[in-house]
Design a protein around this ligand. Structure first.
Ligand code: PEP
Ligand code: MG
Length: 567
């Protein structure tokens, strides 16, 4: 039986479930008479808390988790920050448990109501502090993950830094949680330790039993429960292949991205939030070719203001240390709905009020703050701006006009920015393909968004099973569109990248080489494989394949030619 969750950390793990359940923390709130004695009891607990924090952070640091160690050490500082409130509550007659409980709850609600995502995340830390302090006060033993047997698949509601401090990577085959998204602590931890993980698996706690065998496919976000012998054999082979391939790709770190005869390409990565830069650098991408800023706007009650966006863009620019980052302005609408924008219900949202259309309409509330934040951040690194869903050159002109107004504003305010910032467009609609020659005279770069371009070119929604057979990058219509766009860009000497999933399709890479794509932007996990495949082709061989493919008449013919292609 296969269950789906979020693919949070790649790889395959096979093992037995160990449920990690927090002991319930229950106490009876009492009124204390001897407040002095209660204050001393509290002070002892704080001492124990701080000692344990340092022990845990030392363990975490030893296994290379610098960031987690810092988060844990921050708990001591945060507890100190709440100390006065807690002690006041004890002086007013609360027992130490109730004083900690109330004070932490107060700070949790304050943090949760903050507009900035980063501040809201602090609420999870206060929850962790509260649990740890109550456990110390009540004498409850900690959950100890360090003792799990080799081949364990950890199942938890969510993993906290303190829970995982003693984790022994080699004993944990996989992680499954019921909560948490791609940027949660559980996800960050799993990726840092390279443990396959599937998060947000619904009702996992009810459904799975201790000691049950499961397969965790962290690459595809799948959990196979009660696997058959054939499942185990299949996934054992896949696991071995995954590990061998990963190891072999390590030799491409530090190499330039070039064909066998030495023709160079730019190989960059796609990200959704500033923390992803870590994976970009670990996988040796040469920068970021697509920062999907809509993720900064999702899962919250109101949009991030200019300041919060500025911090996010600046962080990416600084962390990339001069490597380029193409930031795509807000691409909402269609399949990306953001409730607080209250976008009208549409008959046909994919062809409606979305992306640049929405942003230009909401210029003062939505677009200007984003463009201002981007321009301000441009003083701190190599930021480029990309406009999504362009269908006519007027849209690009309108964006540039707003940018130029903001530049004048910033100049008057004496705020630094890069006046020569590059402004490019996504080519993801047939209209943009057809006017690529016009766009090339006004855009500083192109990036081909094959995910949408395939759908719009074929007029087929990939989510509609009746027509999904049409949604394929191997269709001659799609390949011709891409060839045309690249030719138009070359004509005007405009750099042309591809940031849709097709950029990392191994069988199509020779075509992109032959057409003259200049930049590949792929998921961080696909960077080294893409570099390897590019290195295996010569332009001459790629041209041969491309010629044959472009003479094919059907998708099946294209697939057949690519299947038999040899470099
Ligand atoms: C695309 O359409 O190819 C693309 C990269 O954008 P998104 O997947 O975010 O729509
Ligand atoms: Mg798109």
């Amino acid at each position: 039986m296969k269950y789906l969750g979020i693919a949070a950390s790649a790889g395959i793990g096979i093992g037995q479930i160990v449920k990690i359940e927090e002991h319930s923390i229950e106490y009876e709130a009492r009124n204390v008479e001897d407040t002095q004695a209660e204050l001393e009891r509290y002070a002892k607990a704080v001492e124990r808390f701080c000692e344990k924090t340092l022990q845990m952070s030392a363990q975490v640091r030893k296994r290379g988790g610098e960031k987690d160690a810092e988060i844990l050490e921050g708990h001591n500082v945060m507890l100190e920050g709440m100390q006065d409130n807690i002690e006041d509550a004890i002086r007013d007659g609360s027992c130490a448990e109730a004083a900690v409980d109330m004070t932490c709850d107060f700070f949790i609600s304050v943090f949760l109501s903050a507009p900035e995502e980063l501040t809201r995340q602090r609420a999870a830390d206060v929850k962790d502090i509260k649990t740890r302090m109550l456990k110390i006060l009540l004498g409850i033993e900690d959950v100890d993950i360090s003792g799990v047997e080799p081949g364990t698949v950890i199942l938890a509601k969510e993993l906290t830094p303190s829970m995982t401090a003693g984790i022994i990577k080699d004993n944990v085959a996989g992680i499954i949680t019921e909560q948490g998204g791609i940027t949660s602590h559980s996800a960050i931890l799993a990726r840092a330790l390279e443990i396959p993980a599937v998060l947000s698996m619904k009702s996992a706690f009810e459904m799975l039993e201790d000691k049950q065998t499961v397969i965790v496919d962290g690459t595809n976000g799948e959990v196979i429960v009660a696997p058959t012998d054939e499942d185990i054999d299949l996934y054992t082979v896949r696991r071995r292949e995954y590990l061998e391939a990963k190891k072999a790709l390590g030799k491409y770190i530090g190499r330039s991205t070039q064909t066998a005869e030495g023709r160079c390409f730019e190989l960059v990565a796609n990200i959704g939030n500033p923390n992803d830069v870590k994976q970009v650098l670990e996988n040796d991408a040469e920068g970021v070719g697509l920062f999907r800023t809509e993720f900064l706007f999702m899962d919250r009650d109101k949009m991030p203001d200019e300041e919060e966006q500025f911090e996010a863009y600046k962080k990416v620019a600084v962390d990339l240390k001069g490597r380029p980052v193409i930031v795509r302005t807000l691409d909402v609408g269609g399949d990306k709905q953001i409730p607080y924008f209250e976008m009208p219900k549409e008959e046909n949202p994919f062809m409606g009020y979305r992306a640049v259309r929405f942003c230009l309409d909401k210029a003062s509330e939505v677009y200007r703050p984003q463009l201002r934040a981007l321009l301000r951040a441009s003083a701190y690194g190599n930021i480029k701006i990309m406009v999504p869903m362009v269908t006519c050159v007027d849209e690009l002109r309108a964006v540039k006009k707003i940018l130029s107004e903001i530049m004048d504003e910033l100049e008057r305010e004496d705020i630094p920015f890069n006046r020569n910032i590059e402004v490019g467009v996504m080519i993801e609609t047939p209209a943009a393909v057809l006017i690529a020659d016009i766009l090339a005279t006004e855009a500083d770069f192109f990036s081909i968004g094959t995910n949408d371009l395939i759908g719009y070119t074929m007029a087929a929604d990939r989510g509609n099973s009746k027509v999904s057979y049409l949604y394929s990058q191997y269709n001659p219509a799609v390949l011709r569109a891409i060839e045309h766009v690249i030719a138009c860009a070359k004509n005007e000497n405009v750099p042309v990248g591809m940031c849709g999933e097709a950029a990392a399709d191994p069988s199509l890479i020779p075509l992109w080489i032959s057409f003259g794509l200049t930049e590949f932007s792929v998921n961080p996990a696909s960077v080294l494989r893409t570099r390897k495949i590019i290195s295996e082709w010569t332009t001459a061989k790629a041209n041969e394949i491309s010629l044959a493919v472009m003479n094919a008449q059907t998708r099946d013919e294209v697939v057949e030619i690519l299947k038999n292609a040899e470099n």
